[in-house]
Design a protein around this ligand. Structure first.
Ligand code: SF4
Length: 335
């Protein structure tokens, strides 16, 4: 993918939360390594799925991209501009161009504000539209997200979870952003509603030429959304590939385990279960070498010593597993 097509580039992103001890002379005694050197780009109009279990750093990555968190090091370039160096008008434009849809539609909307005021807020901040025109735009947006425009005077507690998420989406797209961080936008919703919201996001992407970072904790949700998928484990990307190929040809044992955990809705079809042992280790004291080695069914003796690097294992396909190096060493030895 050509560099010039990239809307956003995340480079060597690190976020460590210091752990301090002592009240008067507090000193740092450790760090929570939430994000530990993440790199990816998203092209205009593309959807990148970012997947991993809770605590792997995917939400922190999204929050850094929209400046809700400050990185420890690394950078986020949006249309070539460093998001953390932007000031004044440039920063205001970035805040208009990058929006977020939160996981929990209940807490994301202010219960004391009417739907009209919630969706009108971005217009008040970013445009010079008159109140009457803003009201008109709010009604149009409600229609676009599949809600009755007459709901504008109601309050969030009068809506279901799916309807609230539609209100959150209307607010996110209000001032024509370029990039939307979708932070687990369907995880808190009933399964029957999830497909409706995913279809709505896909429809809006086409209509408004949107680019998405779609964060989710399982691979089944991102399947129908993503052009490419990055799989995260304990602060790092362990595999990245075109979505279709990732499902057909997963390389990393962690991706293989995540895929094996997806239920098949057909009782006549069975799939070999690759059970993931244990839970994600603490990011305060991550395992040495490959962080996945205590849970990996294919771990080699050297996996506890050597940190595997993300290497190209096929066209546009990257994986961080020592098995790939092992295979290439075996091949070289047998030639
Ligand atoms: Fe498993 Fe080793 Fe590969 Fe890590 S590097 S995923 S422990 S085989």
């Amino acid at each position: 993918m050509s560099q010039s097509l990239d809307l956003v580039q995340v480079r060597s992103l690190v976020k460590h939360y210091p752990i301090t001890r002592g009240v008067v002379f507090s000193r740092q005694v450790g760090a929570v390594r939430a994000v530990d050197g993440v790199n990816f780009s998203i092209a205009r109009g593309e959807t990148l799925g970012l997947v991993g279990e809770s605590g792997c750093g995917k939400t922190t990555t999204g929050k850094i991209m929209i400046r809700l968190e400050q990185p420890t090091s690394g950078s986020v370039l949006f249309e070539g501009t460093d998001v953390f160096k932007a000031k004044g008008q440039q920063l205001k434009q970035i805040r208009r161009d990058i929006k977020i849809i939160f996981q929990d539609p209940h807490s994301a909307l202010n219960p004391r504000m009417s739907v009209n005021d919630i969706i009108a807020e971005p217009f008040t901040v970013h445009t010079a539209l008159k109140p009457r025109d803003i009201r008109q735009r709010v009604r149009e947006l409600l229609e676009v997200v599949g809600l009755n425009p007459s709901y504008a005077n109601r309050y969030p507690n009068e809506f279901s979870g799916g309807q609230r998420q539609r209100i959150g989406i209307a607010r996110a797209i209000a001032v024509n952003p370029k990039l939307i961080i979708c932070d687990e936008p369907v995880s808190a919703l009933d399964v029957s509603i999830q497909a409706q919201i995913i279809n709505l996001l896909k429809k809006l992407q086409k209509e408004f030429n949107l680019t998405y970072l779609f964060i989710a904790h399982d691979l089944s949700v991102v399947k129908h959304m993503s052009d490419r998928i990055a799989v995260m484990y304990l602060g790092r990307i362990v595999e990245m590939n075109d979505a279709k190929d990732l499902y057909r040809n997963p390389n990393h044992p962690y991706t293989q385990a995540l895929l094996a955990a997806i239920p098949i809705p057909d009782p006549t079809v069975s799939r070999k279960r690759l059970q993931l042992e244990g839970t994600v280790p603490s990011p305060i004291n991550p395992p040495t070498g490959c962080a996945f080695h205590p849970r990996c069914p294919q771990a080699l003796p050297e996996c506890s010593r050597i940190v595997p690097q993300l290497v190209e294992v096929g066209p546009n396909h990257y994986s961080a597993c020592l098995l790939n190096q092992e295979q290439s060493t075996t091949l070289t030895a047998s030639v």
